[in-house]
Design a protein around this ligand. Sequence first.
Ligand SMILES: Cc1ncc(C[n+]2csc(CCOP(=O)(O)OP(=O)(O)O)c2C)c(N)n1
Length: 345
Amino acid sequence: MADTNGVAASSAPDAGARIEFDLNLYFQMKLIRAFEERVSRLHRQNKILGGVYSGAGQEAIVTGICAPLREGDFVAPLHRDLGVFLMRGVEPGRLMAQIMGKESGLSRGKDSFLHGGDLEHGIFGSTSMLGSSLPVAVGAALKFQLKREPQVAVAFFGEGASSRGDVHEAMNFAGVRNLPVIFVCENNRYAYSTPLEKQMAIEDVAARAEAYGFKGHVVSGNDLLAVVQLSERVIHRVREGGGPALIECKTYRYRGHSEHDPALYRDKEELLEWQSRDPIPRYEFYLEKRGHDVKHIRQEIDERTQRIVQEAVDFAEHDPMPEPSEALEDLYAPPQAAASLNGKG
Ligand SMILES: Cc1ncc(C[n+]2csc(CCOP(=O)(O)OP(=O)(O)O)c2C)c(N)n1
């Protein structure tokens, strides 16, 4: 696995590598949490353009799912998955610049976090339509299959999006064609203010996989160890040609749907209960059982993550806003490129 924020290595063959792998996962999850918290704060300071959709509480999912991915794999994140960008090796400063709408951001200041993508790191920028990125991930998986490339596609979505038609069409097609795609549902029990039971007649989104001819798995999305152990196994199988998979991660978002939502539709007891299952202390407990000096490691990693986040903020704050004259650049593929895509170039 890469040191700070590179694409994570796939597996840990021996004890030494396992220790490094375990500690790097901890570092990644803590970096995502620190980044999320800072972004929420920056939003309150009016330094962020557009909405902020915090994934605080859900960090173990992106960390554990992305860890076994390789360069060249394709990921379609959910609007709450800032962590995917860090896990795939996007520079924290560039990510912060994107969130602040600055020139060095992924879209060169044309959007905030929500729709940012980075194909260089295999990240498809999401669109506002819930669930619409699943057919795109399936398209990428079809390309991998047709070209016999050993890559996989991963599509993250919420349980709210799972009630949308595109999600079912994507899963059906993936099942029919046995495509190398992993669908990851981050089931945080609320789609904006709509609770789970008001939009699904069953308990598990994962149960739907069977109807499309592949396996659905349920895992605690607050248990990094469980997520990574499952994702290593599932991604390996999918990569080997075993066909699609659906992983449902049960979790909870700490903040409102977005920063402007005080989430008055859920009760405090529920939030407290989920916070008592926070993925960070849970993983620390595992590290402790493995014999690590967690207090010392925590302090070291906190200092490191705070430094990285501060450097990212400094970079983004000093980065210029884009020039108005660039407003129409990068909106469409140049005619030459479009013609060659159509086979007429
Ligand atoms: C097709 C569609 N319907 C409604 C919305 C408005 N909307 C944006 S996010 C959201 C809730 C999404 O819930 P979920 O898919 O569970 O993901 P979560 O936000 O909980 O992570 C809604 C209703 C939208 N963007 N697209």
